[in-house]
Structures are given as structure tokens and as C-alpha cells.
Design a protein around this ligand. Structure first.
Ligand SMILES: Nc1ncnc2c1ncn2[C@@H]1O[C@H](COP(=O)(O)OP(=O)(O)O)[C@@H](O)[C@H]1O
Ligand SMILES: O=c1ccn([C@@H]2O[C@H](COP(=O)(O)OP(=O)(O)O)[C@@H](O)[C@H]2O)c(=O)[nH]1
Length: 282
């Protein structure tokens, strides 16, 4: 669960996020990829608290005389608000909530956001849900969103795409190099995207720890896509190729767009097929 690397980090009100042992999942993807839409579904099914960095900033813009104008200008220009402001809002929201599972939507947007969040809160994400979508589809969705947002116009949308490509994709690459990215095809209809999202979250909530490994129930195993599980030999017979087991990498890859990790430490046990290393998240 969202690794707490430092229990000494305190927010202004004196209580520590680390003490809450918060599980954090970052939800990333371009503007209009469907982050907010899928977060709503995840909240309903898996009991997370949804924190949209953009929503928090928009609320702060309305209430803060100190930062209101700055936030308004940054959003209008599609720029990234300084980490210190966004992280304070996220910390406050997490502290104010009794839940210990948070979906942080639309953050971190750049390397500075990422490093500052980890250093200030002492929390690393459990994983990063990456909603992958083409600019063409995202642009169409944003222009049809109709929520009266100051940044859903074609000029600002183009600027947001540029910032996303230049600043946010490197963050996704960073987490991918750590095996933490779960990539989803976000161009499909909402329900189909959520089916894929569910297959990422479900094992996390049904796992049973067993000597440092995760034991999947056969029920869970039946629901998992074949590609995320190692092969299960029907009978105990000698394999011609002991290294031929499928690696459970359907939703995670060594780059967001391709491939899989080849780290032997990350490979599943082929001798005990129902026991899967924790790092493979079932
Ligand atoms: N899979 C989808 N297919 C079609 N439209 C979608 C899909 N997901 C979201 N939308 C719509 O696209 C718009 C942007 O979605 P939203 O969840 O607000 O994206 P984000 O939070 O990533 O900016 C909304 O109007 C939403 O209803
Ligand atoms: O961590 C964040 C999240 C959002 N924003 C600003 O808020 C805008 C809207 O972000 P949101 O996530 O609400 O919408 P999206 O662009 O993903 O549709 C962005 O373009 C940024 O200007 C920011 O500066 N930092």
C-alpha cells in the first residue's frame, strides 16, 4: 500500500499524513482523457476518496485572496501552478478526510510536483493509473465538456496539450521505469474503460498475503485477464522451457507505450503458479 517512507513529515496542523498510512494512487493522462469520469467510478466501486488537484485549485481560486489571481492566470494559460500551493491543498484535503485510500487526479503534473510531493508528504504512490488517449479524441471531449471552464477553449487546450507532452509524460515515464504504471486504453466508451480499470484495482482489494507473496483466490484468478497471470501447468510434467511462463504485465510495461520489465526479481514463480510476487500486484 502507498509506501510511507518517512513518518516524521507533519502538516501545518501538526498531524502526519504518514501516520495515516495513506494509500495513494495517482491518476494521470492528458486533459480530457477521462480522469475525473473514471475516478467517480473507482470511488463507487472501491471506496477511495477522490482528490482532483484541478478542482482543489479552482476552489482555492474562488476563496483565496492571496493566490486567487495567480491560480486563475495559470489555469487560463494552461500552466502548472507552483507545487507549494497544490501540495498544501492536497495535504489539507487528505488530513481532513478519515479515509486512508486516495485517488489523486491530475497530479503530479511535472517532475517538480512529483519530487516535492514525495519529499513533503513522505508518500509514494501505490501505482499510477495512466489513461492513454489521443489528442484528437481529447480535444473533441474537452470542446464538448460544457462545464463552463475557462480553459476548455481551443487556444488553452493546445497549450495544455503542450504542457502535458513536455512536463507530465516524463513523470509517467519515471513511474513506469519503477514498474508502477498501469496503462489503460482510454479511447473506448466509459464502461469499457472502467472494465479495464477494474481489472487493475480488483486484485489489489482481494489479495491475501502469504509469506511475502499474494495468494489469489481461484475466483479472482478466473476474473483476471490471462495475460496478467503466470501459466498454470495442468499436470505436473517436466517443462521443456522453464522460462516460458507468461509475465503478468498486461497493464504495466517498462515504457508507457510498450514492452515489459525483464528484471528477474520481478518475475512470477513458475513452480507455484497461484503465488505471485507482491510487486506484481496479483
Ligand atoms: N471514455 C469516454 N468516452 C467518451 N467520453 C468520455 C469518456 N470519458 C470521459 N468522457 C467525457 O469527456 C469529457 C472529459 O472527461 P473528464 O473525465 O472530465 O476528463 P479529465 O478529468 O481527464 O479532464 C467529459 O465531458 C466526459 O463526460
Ligand atoms: O496539479 C495540478 C493540477 C491542475 N493544475 C492546473 O489546473 C488546470 C486544469 O487541470 P485539471 O486536472 O482540472 O484538468 P485537465 O486539464 O486534466 O482536464 C491545468 O491545466 C493546470 O493549469 C495545476 O496547475 N496543477
Amino acid at each position: 500500500m502507498g509506501t510511507v517512507v518517512d513518518s516524521g513529515k507533519k502538516e501545518a496542523n501538526g498531524s502526519s499524513l504518514s501516520e495515516k498510512k495513506a494509500t495513494v494512487v495517482f491518476v494521470l493522462g492528458g486533459p480530457g482523457s477521462g480522469k475525473g469520469t473514471q475516478c467517480t467510478n473507482i470511488v463507487e466501486h472501491f471506496g477511495y476518496t477522490h482528490l482532483s488537484a484541478g478542482d482543489l485549485l479552482r476552489a482555492e481560486k474562488e476563496s483565496s485572496s492571496e493566490n486567487g489571481t495567480m491560480i486563475q492566470n495559470m489555469i487560463k494559460e494552461g500552466k502548472i501552478v507552483p507545487s507549494v500551493v497544490t501540495i498544501k491543498l492536497l495535504q489539507r484535503a487528505m488530513q481532513a478526510n478519515n479515509n486512508d485510500k486516495f485517488l489523486i487526479d491530475g497530479f503530479p503534473r511535472n517532475e517538480e510536483n512529483r519530487a516535492a510531493f514525495e519529499s513533503v508528504t513522505g508518500i509514494e504512490p501505490e501505482f499510477v493509473l495512466f489513461l492513454d488517449c489521443s489528442e484528437e479524441v481529447m480535444e473533441r471531449r474537452l470542446l464538448g465538456r460544457n462545464q463552463g471552464r475557462a480553459d476548455d477553449n481551443i487556444d488553452t487546450i493546445r497549450k495544455r496539450f503542450k504542457v502535458y507532452m513536455e512536463s507530465t509524460l516524463p513523470v509517467i515515464e519515471y513511474y513506469n521505469s519503477k514498474g508502477k504504471v498501469r496503462k489503460i486504453d482510454a479511447e473506448k466508451p466509459v464502461e469499457e474503460v472502467f472494465e479495464a480499470v477494474k481489472s487493475v484495482f480488483t486484485p489489489l482489494h482481494e489479495k491475501v498475503h502469504f509469506f511475502g507473496r499474494i495468494l489469489c483466490s481461484s475466483k479472482t484468478r478466473k476474473r483476471l485477464p490471462k495475460s496478467v497471470l503466470p501459466d498454470v501447468p495442468k499436470k505436473k510434467k517436466k517443462s521443456l522451457s522453464p522460462l516460458s511462463a507468461t509475465t503478468p504485465q498486461a497493464t504495466s510495461s517498462s515504457r508507457p507505450d510498450q514492452g515489459s520489465t525483464s528484471d528477474p526479481a520481478e518475475q512470477p514463480s513458475t513452480s507455484a503458479p497461484y503465488l505471485i510476487p507482491i510487486s506484481q500486484r496479483c
